[in-house]
Structures are given as structure tokens and as C-alpha cells.
Ligand binder design. Structure first.
Ligand code: AMP
Ligand code: TRP
Length: 327
């Protein structure tokens, strides 16, 4: 069985962008692939976190992984910090990656601007820890949103560099894009991606948002200058909303356009809010139940870490031996 690996930072709200771009794919792929899903807490601390909140967010994220439909019997769910091979291999990659390569990363450039007062070295070397997360498990695919594509390219580059010097060491992983919605845009600014670090909460819909909040956010969402509910180059805001509608309702964009032909934005937004609310309802029920049993979530993470460690240590030991560091 071919392998996939992906991860999300436990740094707060999981939103529709995360779901459509990443999580939803994971759920679909778990049947066909040997799947590893990581909670990347060492990535999360590149932005200052409140310690108690970070612990809570970790459980909250495992609960969300399960609530959307990942099956812990089938997939390996684990926390990055529980498998020390990740940080060890990341260090080794620090000695193989070039400053210029990391300076080109758009996520770094954005975050450095956003966190001027805490532009720490970890923000800069973040992609190398991500490369380690991936390459330790030799996956064929990495299902992530489009914003992570550049990091996957760097990961491939590093893997090839090491393979060239030391012989076949790493599988070269491929970016796996969602068929639709690999880049969901912000509701209040369709030129920016939907993001939890956005300055305004009007830009995203959290998977845990209440029906009232969802209705308000959709009502307030930016639209284009016009009246027709159509997707296209000149209607970026509508295209984004139609994409969300289409993915969550299993209708094509054309079908949704036809449904709201001649009805204007108000009706469409009302329909969209209903689709989102209905879609999230069962997820929210599952989530609440799962969050009431933290020891169970802890057990799942422990079991996952034990499984992950077996694979990760094997790769790490191979790399160490190749560079001349024997146990
Ligand atoms: P993050 O929230 O940055 O930890 O991202 C977690 C996962 O969600 C990654 O695979 C991202 O690529 C994906 N993701 C984040 N924001 C979006 C978005 N606006 N549209 C699609 N995918 C996204
Ligand atoms: N950098 C990713 C993000 O911000 C999260 C991440 C860390 C990741 N390690 C990973 C994603 C490994 C896929 C595989 O969304």
C-alpha cells in the first residue's frame, strides 16, 4: 500500500480552508493509502503560544481529525513532538539546505512581516522541519492546500540532493491537490487565502462556528459588483463562495449557478449558509463527544507515536549512518 503523510499545526481554529484544502482529502484517501497524520506542535511554537492553550489546541485538533471522519483504527495519528526523529533529521537538513532556498519561501516572507517582533530563526527554518516530517516516512503523496506547494518542492529538492550524495535514501514525495478548493479565499477579501491568523474573524468560518455565526459571516461576505451568481475571472468573490457551496453540497458549480439563476446574492447567501450549517452539524456533534474524553484522545496519540517512531527511527538511523554518525 502506498503511503501518504500530512500535518496541521495545533494553533487554534480549524476553518473551512483547512477542511476543503486538506482534511477532506485525508478522509477520502485513508481507504486507499497507508496514512500518517501529524499534529505539528513544534511548528506551532514558531509563533508564540500560550502553554495551556497549546495543550488544549492539541487535543482539540485530534478530536477534529476524528470528528471529520479519520478512523484511528486505520490511520496513524500522532504528535510531532512525540517522535524525536523529526527534530533530529531537521537539524541534519539545516546543514544541507541553503540560506537562499529558505529566503525564497513565500510563507516565511509573509510571516516575517506579520511577526516583526518575533521573527525567530524557527520561522525561517520551518520548511526543514516540515521536510523532515515528510521524508522520515517515505510517503508517495502529501495532501495539503496549495499554499504548501512551495514547501513540498523544497522537500523534493532536499531529498534529491541527499539521494545524489548518499544513494537511494528518500522517496521523492509528490504534492497532492484537492480536486476543488485547494485554495479557499478569505470571505472578507477574496484576494487573500482563508486563514486563521487573519486579522478579522469575518474572513473564515471555523468548523466549530455556531449556526448564528455562520449565517452572519456568510451574510457579511464580500461579493462582486453585479447581481448574477456566476463563477469566473471577473467574479472572484462569487467563485470562492460557489466553490465552497459546490464542495459541501456535492453539486457542480454549474448546477449551483443554475439553482440560483435570477435570484440574486441574498438568496444565494442564505442557501450557502444553510449548506455549511448542515454540513458541519454532524462534525460538531462528533467533536463535542470526542472532547469529553481527553484520556481517549491521549491514548490515540500514544499509540500513533509508537507506530510512527518505528518507521521514523529506521529512516533517521539510515541517514545518520550514511553521514558517518553511527550509534
Ligand atoms: P495551516 O492552517 O497553515 O496549519 O494549514 C493546514 C492545512 O490546511 C495545510 O494543508 C494547508 O495547505 C491547508 N490550508 C490552509 N489554509 C487553506 C486555504 N485557505 N485553502 C485551502 N487549504 C488551506
Ligand atoms: N506547514 C504546514 C502548514 O502550515 C504544516 C505541516 C508541517 C505539514 N509539517 C507537515 C504539512 C508535513 C504536510 C506534511 O500547513
Amino acid at each position: 500500500m502506498e503511503r501518504i503523510l500530512s500535518g496541521i499545526q495545533p494553533s487554534g481554529t480549524i476553518h473551512l480552508g483547512n477542511y476543503i484544502g486538506a482534511l477532506r482529502q485525508w478522509v477520502a484517501l485513508q481507504e486507499q493509502y497507508d496514512s500518517f497524520f501529524c499534529l505539528v506542535d513544534y511548528h506551532a511554537i514558531t509563533v508564540r503560544q500560550d502553554p495551556e492553550q497549546l495543550t488544549y489546541n492539541t487535543y482539540s485538533l485530534v478530536a477534529m481529525y476524528l470528528a471529520v471522519g479519520l478512523d484511528p483504527e486505520r490511520v496513524t495519528l500522532f504528535r510531532q513532538s512525540d517522535v524525536s526523529a523529526h527534530t533530529e533529521l531537521a537539524w541534519i537538513f539545516n546543514t544541507f539546505a541553503y540560506m537562499g532556498e529558505l529566503e525564497r519561501m513565500t510563507q516565511y516572507k509573509d510571516k516575517a512581516k506579520q511577526h516583526k517582533k518575533n521573527n525567530n530563526v524557527g520561522l525561517f527554518t520551518y520548511p526543514l522541519l516540515m521536510a523532515a516530517d515528510i521524508l522520515l516516512y517515505q510517503p508517495k503523496y502529501v495532501p495539503v492546500g496549495e499554499d504548501q506547494k512551495q514547501h513540498i518542492e523544497l522537500t523534493r529538492e532536499l531529498a534529491e540532493r541527499m539521494n545524489n550524495v548518499y544513494g537511494e535514501t528518500f522517496t521523492i514525495p509528490e504534492y497532492f491537490a484537492a480536486p476543488q478548493g485547494a485554495r479557499i479565499m478569505s470571505l472578507d477579501d477574496p484576494t487573500k487565502k482563508m486563514s486563521k491568523s487573519a486579522t478579522s474573524e469575518w474572513g473564515y468560518i471555523a468548523l466549530t462556528d455556531t449556526p448564528e455565526v455562520i449565517t452572519k459571516k456568510v451574510k457579511k461576505a464580500m461579493t462582486d459588483s453585479g447581481t448574477a451568481v456566476v463563477a469566473g475571472k471577473t467574479t472572484p468573490a462569487l467563485t470562492n463562495l460557489l466553490t465552497i457551496y459546490s464542495v459541501l453540497s456535492d453539486k457542480t458549480i454549474q448546477e449551483v449557478e443554475a439553482l440560483y439563476q435570477g435570484q440574486g446574492y441574498g438568496k444565494f447567501k442564505q442557501g450557502l449558509a444553510e449548506v455549511i450549517i448542515e454540513y458541519l452539524k454532524p462534525i460538531q456533534v462528533n467533536y463535542a463527544t470526542l472532547m469529553s474524553d481527553i484520556p481517549m484522545l491521549q491514548r490515540i496519540l500514544q499509540q500513533g507515536a509508537a507506530k510512527a517512531k518505528l518507521i521514523a527511527d529506521k529512516t533517521l538511523n539510515d541517514v545518520k549512518a550514511k553521514i558517518g554518525i553511527h550509534p
